[in-house]
Write a protein that binds this ligand. Structure first.
Ligand code: IMP
Length: 182
């Protein structure tokens, strides 16, 4: 059990396990995009994926570009409505590029499915999804996750980029908020 910001966090995935898995994902991407030349673009979904993205990109031994997209769900912040808006768009065109969307977590799948539809209209050469975490029990829209770090149970997790009300993103492990620290 860890104490952080007045809360108790139970560690679910250690920093070491995350690092090992990120290295494996980086190797898989390096292998699969060998032929891509200078076309590989990693698109991080803000803000949750930025820590994952920064570790992952350094495990890819190929030329690659990095871009970020900001998206937000309309309505209740705590649950996905499926109606998503782009709050900050990519800074460069992805036409003809091999895009890998880098997500922190696929929960219902609504956000990433909207994003994939949107990105596909921009004529990329290919689009794949790389997610650190997936909660399959909560799936509403099934999206193909081409590269996945870990499958987790239906629990709200924080750390390694993931937040609870903008807190805990800098926690180095993935944990579950268990309640107030005494
Ligand atoms: P989806 O549209 O339901 O798949 O939601 C995906 C987004 O919801 C993620 O990119 C996260 O920002 C957020 N989210 C879903 N589950 C969690 C969680 O357990 N912890 C933190 N954020 C989460």
């Amino acid at each position: 059990m860890h104490e952080m910001d007045g809360k108790r966090l139970r560690e679910l995935i250690s920093a070491e396990s995350i690092a090992d898995r990120v290295t494996e994902l980086g190797h898989a991407l390096t292998r699969d995009y060998q032929e891509s030349g200078r076309n590989l673009v990693l698109v991080g979904v803000m803000k949750g994926s930025v820590i994952f993205l920064s570790d992952l990109c350094r495990k890819i031994a190929l030329p690659c570009m990095i871009d970020l997209i900001g998206i937000a769900s309309y309505g209740d912040e705590a649950k996905s409505s499926g109606v998503v808006k782009i709050t900050s768009d990519l800074s460069n065109s992805i036409e003809g590029k091999d895009v890998v969307v880098v997500e922190d977590i696929i929960d219902t799948g609504l956000t990433v499915s909207y994003l994939l539809e949107n990105l596909k209209t921009r004529q990329p050469r290919s689009v794949k999804v790389c997610a650190l975490l997936s909660k399959p029990e909560r799936t509403i829209v099934k999206v193909p996750i081409d590269y996945l770090g870990f499958t987790i149970p239906d629990q709200f997790v924080v750390g390694y980029g993931l937040d609870f009300a903008q807190r805990f993103r800098n926690v180095p492990f993935i944990g579950v908020v268990e309640g107030h620290a005494d």
